[in-house]
Design a protein around this ligand. Structure first.
Ligand code: PLP
Length: 373
């Protein structure tokens, strides 16, 4: 193994498996699980995450991009893969690989895929996306009367699934979720009445899986809970999840600053006492968000140490004056668990005004992922 710099992410596959089993249990015996591994499995490493989930018996995967699906196939993943993000003009050429399933949300793409399927002498299974209230992609119920006869002409496409996406599922009971569900039911009824026989009906992300019972759906699409974070604060204390990502570095340098000295750009930290500052070889280019300037906390020797001053591109300073015995080379945990203490993605997200999803996705490709367990 080449020796790499001390800044790395540990991916705890045992935690991932634990979260997956929780999902499987919640989904119940009658529903399949489609694990969302888009965006490099929310920054965790899609290949390794998908291999571990496939070994656990996951039914399908979901990605945003065709490129992401191809990468999983190149890594030996065999389960069917639903491509959520659409097939862009030109990508339908050579699309046909076993088990790659496009989502259809506009007729133009449907026609291109149909023509390509015809040329390849194949019938292509696809999932039809209904916009029940996200205002993003998908057909509106009101469009179906025009769309369904057009789709019926595309003999090389088979509507094998119907799906939609919820806008406020993370707010627990909400009248708009009920409205979206009833729009979805009406759409499914129309699609069936037009002669299609979709095997899969699905609308539940992580939040909906744990907050809503949707009996007619037979597939769930969890993402964030697999990685051990909550869909929103409404779920605090309700789910037994284990964070998968642990981001670590080590102290590169220690120096004592006299009272009145400043630290980093803008001198946003001024020592109010003789202060022991540790320099960490990690910065915003690694995804250590600059919004953590003077606000972040890290774990070192079982203590919480605050970020001191502006986070730089490649360096971050912390105040370790109150950490007994601290030394150069000490391991520092930026995110995750150390000595029974936690820095959670939810805590970061609250500090910088975002959601755990973005905290994970921000960890840059410059940071090696080390797979454990
Ligand atoms: C990303 C995504 C999901 C997963 O959402 P989580 O909140 O992470 O569970 C499900 N469905 C679609 C369409 C998505 O884009």
């Amino acid at each position: 193994m080449p020796v790499s710099r001390p800044t790395h992410v540990d991916i705890d596959l045992a935690a991932l498996r634990h979260n997956f089993r929780l999902v499987r249990h919640q989904a119940g015996a009658d529903r399949q699980v489609l694990a969302i591994v888009k965006a490099d499995a929310y920054g965790h490493g899609a290949r390794e995450v998908a291999r571990a989930l496939e070994a656990e018996g996951v039914d399908l995967f979901g990605v945003a991009l065709l490129e992401e699906a191809k990468d999983l196939r190149a890594a030996g993943i065999q389960a069917p893969i639903l491509i959520l993000g659409g097939i862009h003009p030109g990508q339908e050429v050579g699309f046909f690989r076993p088990g790659l399933i496009p989502c259809i949300f506009d007729l133009e793409t449907a026609r291109r895929l149909n023509a390509a399927a015809q040329a390849a002498g194949q019938i292509l299974d696809c999932h039809l996306k209904i916009d029940t209230g996200m205002g993003r992609v998908g057909f509106y119920n009101g469009e179906l009367d025009q769309v369904l006869p057009e789709l019926a002409k595309l003999r090389h496409l088979r509507i094998d699934g119907v799906m939609s996406h919820l806008a406020v599922a993370d707010e627990l009971p909400h009248p708009f979720t009920d409205e979206q569900l009833s729009r979805f039911r009406r759409a499914v009824a129309r699609i069936r009445a037009a002669g299609h026989a979709p095997r899969y009906l699905h609308i539940a992300n992580s939040a909906a899986l744990f907050a809503h019972d949707i009996p007619e759906c037979n597939l769930v699409r969890p993402g964030i809970v697999l990685y051990g974070a909550l869909p929103s604060a409404h779920f605090a204390g309700r789910l037994d999840l284990r964070p998968v990502m642990h981001w670590r570095t080590s102290i590169a340098m220690l120096k004592t600053l006299p009272t009145g000295s400043g630290v980093s750009y803008g001198r946003r930290f001024i020592a109010t006492r003789p202060t022991l500052i540790a320099t960490l070889p990690v910065g915003y280019a690694d995804g250590y968000n600059r919004g953590l300037t003077n606000r972040g906390e890290v774990l070192v020797r079982g203590c919480r140490a605050p970020v001191a001053g502006t986070v730089c591109m490649d360096w971050t300073m912390i105040d370790v004056t109150d950490v007994p015995g601290v030394q150069v080379g000490d391991e520092v945990t930026l995110l995750g668990e150390a000595d029974g203490q936690w820095i959670r993605a939810e805590d970061w997200a609250e500090k910088i005004g975002t959601i755990p999803y973005e905290v994970f996705c921000q960890v840059s490709k410059r940071v090696p992922r080390i797979i454990k367990g």
